[in-house]
Design a protein around this ligand. Sequence first.
Ligand SMILES: NC(=O)c1ccc[n+]([C@@H]2O[C@H](COP(=O)([O-])OP(=O)(O)OC[C@H]3O[C@@H](n4cnc5c(N)ncnc54)[C@H](O)[C@@H]3O)[C@@H](O)[C@H]2O)c1
Length: 351
Amino acid sequence: MTLIVVTGGGGFIGSHVAEHYAKQKENEVIIIDNLSRAKLLHKDDKNAMYNWNYLHQYKNIEFFQNDIRDFNFLKNLFNKIEIDAIIHTAGQTAVTTSVTDPKEDFENNLIGTYNILEAVRISKSNPAIVFCSTNKVFGDNVNNCNIEEKETRYVFTSEYKNGISEKFSTDLCEHTPYGASKFCADVYAQEYGHIYGLKTGVFRMSCIYGTRQFGFEDQGWVAHFVISAILNKKINIYGDGKQVRDLLYVSDLIDANDKFIKNSQKLKHDVFCMGGGKENTLSLLELISILKNKLDKKINIEFFDWRPSDQKVYISDISKAKQKLNWNPKINPQEGIEKLINWTKKNKKIF
Ligand SMILES: NC(=O)c1ccc[n+]([C@@H]2O[C@H](COP(=O)([O-])OP(=O)(O)OC[C@H]3O[C@@H](n4cnc5c(N)ncnc54)[C@H](O)[C@@H]3O)[C@@H](O)[C@H]2O)c1
């Protein structure tokens, strides 16, 4: 039997991770989630508990409605069980919330992650640990990269034509409190690898998208655009819409995480920029145009001013992940968006 712990298993990425492992009957999965996403999505939103409830179909998942800020809970749990892998997705995820409530952000993202690392360090097991970090660790240094304006998108000029790699500077720039708490947690995860021999894989993720995401304006823009377009809701665009991101379908992320876990004995600990890479990018305007074609209708959009710290282009250089994890994204944006459209249409009543 293999025992996998998923923090944030009631959320988008965590629930897909939990389902992936639960589908293999030989695995036992433990989910730890405080269900705070319900608060983020407003308690009366029907979909706030959707992923948590959805996973109850799997008999090999055990659910703990607990908080990763509770160190004693983690310490006691990790002392009782022999864990093979932890995928740590729980956290405060919205940049906007981090600005209005930095304490909440700091405690969830930094103290929560420290608690996981420390509870593992003093436990009897040495699981592979995947930490969901973010491209926001590079802050607005990314905005100093030279870009060119094309008809529907901004592009990096030649120096960063392969995207932003693990070597890009994280220093001397603005991060937002979310970027700062994630960056500290990212460094802690690395440090626990260096000094205590924990097998930590830090994944600096750009835009992960997929079904059951319930994206909204501040988080999960691809899902937010798709859902809004299908439900005939207006989409607000901040800036000119030529902002570009690389997109990674959630199953491809899980594949990369799994490859780290399976090879963690050899890899020990490492940092990976993680996204769709330069082959899987879209601008906001390009997504709108795809939706217009696929749904065969006019999409209602309105433009507003740029938001502070918005990166005009972010593309992950995934060559290290490709090489070290022997991994490649399989689902391109056209296919991924098709899946998202089909799922949203089928599940219209839950929105
Ligand atoms: N989705 C993306 O594109 C993306 C990109 C970069 C980084 N990330 C990171 O990946 C992780 C997962 O993102 P997601 O999109 O699945 O977010 P999500 O909001 O859907 O899931 C996060 C889950 O964590 C839980 N949680 C929050 N604080 C907790 C706490 N203190 N204790 C226990 N549970 C807690 C929430 O209830 C929620 O279910 C986050 O850490 C996020 O910062 C996501």
